[in-house]
Design a protein around this ligand. Structure first.
Ligand code: SF4
Length: 410
């Protein structure tokens, strides 16, 4: 089979500078971030102006791209500060801004020559919307998650804008940006980045004169998480995603851990490269799926993309599951003494079986036989957050590798 599809960009979330570094080092082609204001992740570790300059320099130094999310729905009072911020982003050299509000789009057009990507918050679900945004000056449209493959193909063939779709991460039960559940129940507005994820909560029905008497509204006796969506994972149909010819494949999760970002990016990096190396013999490797199961996640679904009728909600629990614990990041490796220096992120102990997940090399496992603290004092456990710990390793290990619980390959 000859293929003339251009390799899509792999786009990863950068919740802070460390996650941005991890995303790019583990293989993302581009990252997206939010500033302290005007992006829909109010409780994210968003970037200051100084950090934005540092992030642009780091990203461009690797020959990769960086996009700024400016996707709030602005009120009149926001406009002056937004104008100033957009001009700053243009001076900083970001490669595009993600916008959902038409007022913000018009400001960006009027004041800057920034490239504009229309955020998924704008809910583009048909080719006329996509074409209209393109005519307004948007170079790329991030489509709504609620589209089938056929609908995406139809939009692509009727609109010349680049198309970006989500391939992995959490889903809303409502259209993104059209949910008032959190605002209604808690006062925290999802449309200003403060969602409490109220759709994940357990619900019962109460008749107003019978306070305290709860009537189950669940499907069965396991519970009633009737609005709790599974997580999106398009890895099982990645060949069809690539064949749809979209320009960019986006991973959700600016609020998620560095372990999540690194793991998901590496899996999709390998899978995309493997497809383009040999599209005829492309298979989904079991180890990729295993990897995605190690990070915290809800059961996976291919969502609307495959329109296969499989349920997209979880009814038995709202808690995410994971099969591996994240212990720390390798900051240094001494090949003379075969010692790795680890910045701790989760408690671990001598005797623990761990695996090293590396940016480029294969994962390997070993037991921790001994470890010491920063001052060389022997210790039996590493309980303190961000504690620096040195351990002996059986093999050379790359800087930025992740140490986690597990026994790779067994
Ligand atoms: S409450 Fe749920 S559906 Fe609504 S915005 Fe938050 S995560 Fe999305």
């Amino acid at each position: 089979m000859s293929i003339n599809i251009v390799k899509p960009e792999l786009l990863a979330p950068a919740g802070n500078f460390e996650k941005l570094q991890a995303a790019l080092i583990y293989g993302a082609d581009a990252v997206y971030f939010g500033g302290k204001n005007f992006s829909l992740r109010a409780f994210g570790d968003n970037f200051t102006r100084e950090e934005i300059l540092k992030a642009v320099e780091f990203t461009h130094g690797l020959g990769k791209k960086i996009y700024a999310a400016v996707n709030i729905f602005a009120h009149n009072a926001d406009l002056d500060a937004l104008a100033d911020y957009l001009k700053f982003l243009a001076r900083a050299g970001v490669d595009a801004v993600l916008i959902s509000d038409l007022g913000v789009l018009s400001l960006a057009k009027e004041l800057t020559d920034l490239k504009i990507h229309v955020s998924t918050q704008a809910n583009v679900t048909n080719w006329r919307s996509a074409k209209f945004f393109h005519e307004l000056g948007a170079e790329r449209i991030v489509l709504a998650r609620e589209l089938t493959r056929e609908e995406i193909l139809d939009i692509k063939s009727n609109c010349k804008a680049e198309v970006e779709i989500f391939i992995h991460g959490a889903m809303c039960i409502s259209y993104s940006g059209r949910c008032w559940l959190s605002k209604f129940l808690t006062g925290r507005d999802a449309n200003l980045g403060a969602c409490t994820h109220s759709c994940r909560w357990k619900y019962n029905l109460v008749e107003e004169t019978r306070a305290g008497e709860y009537f189950s509204v669940g499907e069965d006796n396991r519970g009633s998480y009737v609005m709790n969506s599974k997580d999106l994972c398009l890895l099982p149909c990645l060949d069809k995603v690539i064949q749809s010819g979209v320009a960019s494949l986006k991973i959700e999760g600016r609020m998620k851990s560095v372990n999540y970002v690194a793991s998901v990016v590496k899996v999709y990096r390998e899978a995309i490269d493997s497809y383009f190396d040999n599209p005829n013999d492309f298979v989904i490797r079991a180890e990729w799926l295993d990897e995605l199961n190690k990070i915290a996640h809800r059961p996976y679904t291919t969502g609307f993309f495959m329109s296969d009728g499989n349920p997209t909600e979880i009814y038995d629990t709202s808690k995410p599951a994971r099969s591996s614990d994240f212990f720390g990041i390798i900051r240094e490796f001494d090949s003379q003494t075969m010692t790795a220096t680890i910045e701790q992120r989760g408690k671990f102990e001598t005797g623990e079986r761990v695996e090293f997940f590396q940016p480029h090399e294969e994962t390997f496992s070993q037991s921790i036989t001994s470890m010491c603290d920063e001052d060389g004092q022997e210790i039996l456990s590493a309980p303190h957050a961000q504690q620096i710990v040195k351990i002996s390793v059986d093999k050379p290990v790359e800087i930025w590798s992740l140490m986690r619980s597990g026994d790779y390959g067994r």
